[in-house]
Design a protein around this ligand. Sequence first.
Ligand SMILES: [Zn+2]
Length: 478
Amino acid sequence: MAYLYVLLGLLVLFLGVVIIRTLNFKVKENAKAYDEEITFDTNKAVENLRTLVRFKTVSYRDGSLEDNAEFEGLLNTLPKLYPNVYKTCTQTLMDDRAVLILWKGKNVGPATVLMAHYDVVPVNENLWDKPPFEAILENGVIWGRGTLDTKVTVNGILSAAESLIESGFTPENDIYFAFSGGEEINGKGAVNIVDYFEKNNINLALVVDEGGAVVENVFPGVNKPCGLIGIAEKGLMDVLYTSKSAGGHASAPKPNSPIINLSKTILKVESKPFKMHLTKPVLEMFDTLGRHSSFVYKMIFANLWCFSPVLNMLCKKQGGELNALMRTTTAFTQAKGSAASNVIPPEATFISNMRLNPADTMDSALQYLKKTVNDDRVEITKIHGMNPSRISETNCEAYDKVASSVVSTWKGSIAAPYLMMQCSDSRHYGRISDKVYRFSAMDLTSEERATIHGNNERIRVETLLKAVEFYIRLIKQC
Ligand SMILES: [Zn+2]
C-alpha cells in the first residue's frame, strides 16, 4: 500500500513539474519593432527589378551553355539603375563573377556584408504560363526567373542604398555588398570574396545572405507569421554503395547477388536512423516559437527533459521537416544494375543523398553507415560533400539587428533562429565570422516558395517593396 502512495506521489509531482513548466513557458519579449515609416521611390525599385530579371543570367555547370554577354550586360547596367550607389561606393570585380561594392562608413569599426546572387537556374520555358525573362507585370505580380531567387535582394540592397544615399545618409561603419554570379553552380565567387576579407584583415560585424523567409504554418501550433533566420546550415554528402559479383546469366541465380546485398543494406540504413540531436539552432527555435504554440505542443517544448524521446519517436515515424531539423537524414536517390534484364550485374551501385546535422561530420556519418551496414560485400564511399556550417551567435547585437528589422518590416511576425536545410554561399564566411545570418527578405506563401527553382517564379510587388524596406531598416543600424 505504501508503495502505491509513493508511486502516486511521484506521478503527481511529475505532472506538477510538467504543468508548472508549461505555464511558465511564456512568450519572450520578441525583437524590438520600430514604427518609423520608411519611404523610397517605389516605382524605381519595381522597374529596376524588372530590368534585372530581363538579363538571362542563367548558370550552367557546363560553362559553354552560359551566355556571358547577359552577365556582363547586367553588371554594366547596374550603374544606370543605381547611380547614387555607383557615385558613392567603389566596386571591385573578382574572378568567377564576384562583385564586391564598398560603401564607406563614418567609422572604421567592423563591417557589414549584405550578400545576394545575380545568377539564376535554367527554365523549362514550355511549362511557364508567362515568358520567364520578360518581367511581365500584371495584377501586382512580376513574372520571371530570379524574381525571388535572388534578384529581389540584389535590387533590395541596392535600392535601399540608393534611397539612403539620396537622403544624405552615411552608415556608421563600412558596408559591403557581395554579389556572386555563380551561386547556383557552387561557383567560387563567394570564396574569392571571403579570401579578400581574410587577406585584408577586414573584421565583420554582420553577414546577411539568403535563407529563411517570413512564412506561416510551418511550426506546429503556431499560426502567426514567423521570420526564420538561419543561424546554421546542414552539411551535405553523396554516398556510393557498391556490391560486386562474378556476374552470370539470370537463369540460374545464386544467393547474395549485388542488388540483393544493396537492398539489405538500405533496409538496415532505413531501420537505424541517425541519432537525434537537439542542436543550438533547433533548441533556440523551439524556445522561441514553442512559446507561441498551442498548449499540447507548449507542454512538449517546455519539457524536452522528459518528452524528447516522444518527440524523437514522432519524428522518426513521420519524417519530413521537423525530423530533418533534428538528425542527419539519408535519402536513397539513385540505383544502377546491369545493362540487360537477363544479366546478373557484375557490379551494382546505389547512391544516397545525405543532409548532415550540425552534430555530425562527413567522416562521422560515413563511419556510422559502415557500422550500421557491417557487411563486407558492400563497399561504402563518399562521392563528395561538405560539412555542416559553423553555428552563428544569437545572443548579440548583430542577430538583434536582423531580428528587429524583420519584426519592424513584417508587423506582427515573430523572429526566430532556425537551421537551414539547403546550402548557401554564406557557409564560406564561417571561416571569418560567427555572425552570419540567412534570411531572404520576403514573406512567401508555400505556393510561392514552390516556384523557386520551379516553373512560374514570380513576386508580388508588395513583397519586393518590403525587401527594400527591410534593407533600409537594417542598413540604418550598421
Ligand atoms: Zn537558387
